[in-house]
Ligand binder design. Structure first.
Ligand SMILES: [Zn+2]
Length: 237
């Protein structure tokens, strides 16, 4: 047994398979091994039979890899699906901003408390320069776009399409790519920020509730949990 293994080890030294790598692209990614935003090289490889250290016979391609420039760890290309920390913060900031706008568009902006809570949420999310005028201008532009006044969507019919299809699409676009990268509490936190804006001037209007239910769905929160969180936010006010 010992003799056979020694011989096999010796053979491996003489004849082996080596992968020759070629860099085909680069960029920035989040490295799970050294834990941060790093540069990467995307590399494809070709296997070759190596005899006495010399590559001889081609053995076909290997799956492309992503190699961290800092720690040299290699990953499958699916590692690029994970956003960088910088991108993730931007997604989070945009999510809160979009939710705040949608709730304001549905519930109206007349109440000072509502405007203040909205500005507070958007600032805390990372838009430090945000102020009421800025939010109001955006809401007006949105209303001009959809041909409807903010807060006007309180009728029964409007409850079906509370914030306009365009805004519903924007909510999905801002929230759906983010949801898989957030823990449940992180997803709930975004919904709660919207809920706090809505209840700042009293109970939920049907349109506000409909917007927040859209937010819950886009964030992959189940309808029961969304209802529970909305009720809890209202009760705490
Ligand atoms: Zn790394």
């Amino acid at each position: 047994m010992v003799h056979a293994r020694a011989r096999r080890d010796r053979d491996l030294c003489v004849v082996g398979v080596r992968t020759l790598w070629r860099t085909v692209g680069d960029g920035e990614f989040f490295c799970p091994d050294c834990g941060g935003d790093r540069n990467y090289r995307r590399r494809t490889g070709r296997r070759r039979i190596v005899v006495l250290g010399l590559p001889l016979l081609p053995r076909g391609p290997v799956a492309p890899v992503v190699e961290c420039a800092a720690c040299a760890a290699r990953f499958g290309t699916e590692v690029l699906d994970h956003p960088t920390t910088t991108r993730f913060s931007a997604m989070l900031r945009d999510a809160v901003h979009t939710v705040a706008l949608a709730v304001l568009a549905a519930g109206g902006t007349e109440a000072t408390a509502v405007r203040q809570v909205a500005v507070g949420a958007v600032r805390a999310a990372g838009f430090a320069d945000c102020d009421e005028d800025q939010l109001l201008a955006l809401i007006e532009a949105l209303a001009a776009d959809t041909g409807r006044l903010p807060g006007a969507a309180t009728g029964e019919r409007d409850g079906l399409d509370p914030c306009g299809t365009a805004l519903a699409i924007e909510l999905h676009e801002a929230l759906e790519p983010l949801a898989p990268h957030l823990a449940p509490t992180g997803r709930e936190a975004i919904l709660l920020q919207g809920a706090r804006i809505a209840v700042a001037d009293g109970p939920y209007r049907p349109a506000e509730r409909a917007v927040l239910e859209t937010v819950g769905r886009a964030l992959m929160i189940c309808p029961d949990d969304t209802a529970r969180l909305l009720a809890a936010t209202r009760a705490a006010f």
